[in-house]
Design a protein around this ligand. Structure first.
Ligand SMILES: [Mg+2]
Length: 240
């Protein structure tokens, strides 16, 4: 990607994390479990609700897929072909049933309408998983450039950590204000803070996948602002 040609007129660079920033990642997890349950239910005539329930209530020491695998092996008279690897593959590759909350969508619309804003999504994960999420959420219409995905796994032409991406984005020309919006103090704020960016955390309302405890991290990992929702972002951006 040639960053020099993507946002030459932008004055404010707004870099948005994806999971647990623009939507609740727990909704993605639930979507994957529904898809796994649906496929098994259709193939083997099993009750999808029961399969969902098994994944939602694993025994001590089990994860959701361990629990489902144990359950499936215990069904008398049914030989299940699908393995835990299959479940992981469906989890990563399915087109998720996830949506932007209306206030988040309204905020993105408002930010995108201001031509001084260059809006980018920066996320880490499996390439197709993160791409599917961005499509399902309808993010492309609001972005000034394709999502930057720090891929877990193979691809050689993408950086493998968010810090490298932040440093690349920092070189975008004609930008006077740079903003990182995220949820995770371990990955979303330290490098931007070091580069002099404004950092904004979306508060965890109890559903986040990664812990959000600003007291337990080094001062450099703490955000400049903590807000309740992306809906508050346009007002802060406007004030910078
Ligand atoms: Mg996140």
């Amino acid at each position: 990607m040639d960053l020099n040609t993507t946002a030459s007129d932008a004055k404010r660079l707004i870099v948005l994390d994806l999971d647990d920033t623009l939507y609740d990642e727990a909704d993605f997890v639930a979507s994957a479990r529904r898809e796994i349950s649906r496929r098994l239910s259709e193939k083997y005539d099993l009750a999808a609700d029961e399969l969902m329930s098994v994944m939602e209530h694993p025994r001590d020491g089990e994860n959701a897929f361990d629990a489902l695998d144990r359950h499936l092996r215990g069904i008398a008279g049914v030989k299940i072909d699908e393995s835990i690897d299959w479940m992981v593959d469906v989890y990563r590759s399915h087109m998720p049933d996830i949506h932007l909350a209306k206030p988040v969508e309204d905020a993105l619309k408002q930010l995108a309408a201001d031509k001084r804003n260059c809006i980018c999504v920066l996320t880490r994960g499996h390439f197709f998983t993160q791409t599917n999420k961005a499509h399902a959420l309808g993010l492309y219409r609001y972005l000034s450039m394709p999502p930057m995905i720090c891929a877990i796994g193979k691809s050689e032409d993408v950086a493998d950590n968010k810090d490298d991406c932040f440093r690349r984005l920092h070189k975008l020309p004609d930008v006077t204000v740079r903003i990182s919006v995220g949820d995770n103090p371990a990955t979303d704020f330290a490098t931007p803070n070091g580069l002099g960016w404004v950092t904004i955390a979306i508060a965890d309302h109890g559903r986040n996948i990664h812990p959000q405890n600003f007291d337990d991290v080094a001062p450099g990992c703490r955000p400049s602002y903590v807000i309740d929702s992306v809906a508050e972002l346009p007002a802060i951006v406007e004030s910078l």
